[in-house]
Design a protein around this ligand. Structure first.
Ligand code: HAM
Length: 426
């Protein structure tokens, strides 16, 4: 029988790597709390229509990459429904915002999430079919200030702070404005006009996009089409005064806070809901899939899925890519335990478990050996797993004085049991 393996594009996360995942998530929770965000958890699958209407039918995500199935009706009263594993979380958060009438508080909602997303993409380094995002959304009625460029700058400043606290060096922020709903038709008309005489030279996908959704041509990665794309009109030239002012205000606040950025006029991003500010943080160490995170403003998304006017801005980080970057930065060593407890003989196992329990309750990280091991084996295991080894023999048990050896210095000392926890943290 052939052995069963994790499905292509999915993977198991194992210790010690999971420790790094927890560190990233703890850092996110700590930093986001300082900015007054609360956690939201939405379902992993949603009505397919949510993504079709929210993310956009013509996007790669919706047209090619979703895991969609027809859910059977289980009772006569139930209708068969098309369901989809979420390819991203913004549409789900906005649906929840609408469903729970969160706008009626009159306040901005600041929500963050951590969870798996699913896209049927071609797997490669940094690109998986099940991947994890850590994201956040700021959304609310315009009267709560949800359209203010200050919100965009605050989110970007939070991201810079988060990446710095995480210890990711060398990130780069690219930013653009894709204009408001009123700028868009003028720009699209100009794009269509520019594409008309050249589109037959482009790849099949771009020929189709030129008709249905010309903005998507701009983020095409097809190498043969880049020369044509380079010469297409730039959205910056089609922004009206208020969009220009909005973008300038975002950049001015970033300048004031010392958040470095580069304006990239071709950054349109792969989702249709974006308006005005869009951005990506990239990292050179990631290779082809170099986007650590992406985000932007989506002032019309709530209305597009049947809700009230609720402008918003947010981002999602690829957690897998944050981990890859951290691992590349410092060849990862598992954090050693504070001590390895070595009972000298099986009869001492219960006493060793008791000692281990007390040390763990004192907050220490302890590995417990086994009294059936020879001393040499205990030292070998101890050296691999912990900074120090504590020997627990009959003498130690009687006298209450334990022998502790430090693997790094080779120093061996006798420590009274009452002082053991403190001496192991030193
Ligand atoms: P996105 O650019 O599609 O935006 O994804 C955000 C990030 O998720 C990417 O920058 C990347 O780090 C990670 N990512 C995407 N696909 C994969 C994959 N197949 N494997 C590994 N990582 C991946 C969004 O999802 C928007 N919802 C972001 C947003 C929030 N915009 C406003 N609010």
């Amino acid at each position: 029988m052939s052995t069963l393996k994790a499905v292509r594009g999915t993977r198991d996360l194992l210790p010690p790597e999971t420790e790094l995942w927890n560190f990233v998530e703890e850092t996110a929770r700590r930093v986001f709390a300082r900015y007054n965000f609360g956690e939201v958890r939405t379902p992993i699958f949603e009505d397919t229509q949510l993504f079709a209407r929210g993310v956009g039918e013509e996007t790669d995500i919706v047209s090619k990459e979703m895991y969609t199935w027809e859910d059977r009706a289980r009772a006569q009263s139930e209708k068969a429904q098309s369901l989809t594993l979420r390819p991203e979380n913004t549409a789900g958060v906005v649906r929840a915002y609408i469903e729970h009438k969160m706008g009626e508080t009159g306040l901005l909602q600041k929500l963050f999430y951590i969870g798996p997303q699913f896209r049927r993409e071609r797997p490669q380094k940094g690109r998986y079919r099940q991947f994890w995002q850590i994201g956040a959304e700021v959304i609310g009625p315009p009267s709560a200030g949800s359209e203010s460029p200050l919100r965009d700058a605050e989110v970007l400043e939070m991201l810079a702070t988060f990446l710095d606290e995480l210890g990711i060096a060398g990130w780069r922020l690219e930013i653009n404005s894709v204009g408001s709903a009123t700028d868009r038709p003028r720009y699209l008309a100009a794009l269509r006009e520019a594409l008309a005489p050249v589109k037959h030279l482009m790849c099949e996908d771009n020929q189709r996009r030129a008709e249905t959704n010309p903005l998507r041509v701009l983020d095409s990665k097809d190498p043969n089409d880049q020369e044509i794309i380079e010469k297409l009109p730039k959205i910056a030239d089609y922004l009206d005064e208020s969009s220009k002012e909005h973008f300038a205000a975002v950049l001015a606040a970033l300048d004031r806070c010392g958040v470095p950025y580069a304006v990239n006029p071709r950054l349109v991003r792969g989702l249709d809901y974006y308006t005005r500010t869009t951005f990506e943080f990239t990292h050179g160490g990631l290779g082809a899939q170099n986007a650590l995170l992406g985000g932007g403003r989506y002032d019309g998304l709530s209305e597009a899925i049947g809700g009230p006017k609720a402008p918003g801005i947010g981002f999602a980080m690829g957690e897998d890519r944050l981990i890859l970057t951290l691992q590349a930065q410092a060849a990862q060593k598992p954090a050693p335990a504070d001590a390895y407890i070595a009972p000298l003989g099986e009869a001492l196992n219960p006493a060793a478990l008791e000692l281990t329990r007390d040390l763990r309750r004192a907050g220490l990280r302890i590995e417990l050996g086994d009294g059936s091991f020879r001393l040499k084996k205990s030292f070998e295991f101890g050296n691999k797993l912990a900074r120090k080894i504590v020997l627990l023999g009959e003498d130690e048990l009687q006298s209450g004085i334990l022998t502790v050896k430090d693997f790094a210095t080779g120093e061996q000392v006798k420590v009274p049991r009452a002082e053991l926890a403190q001496s192991l943290t030193a």
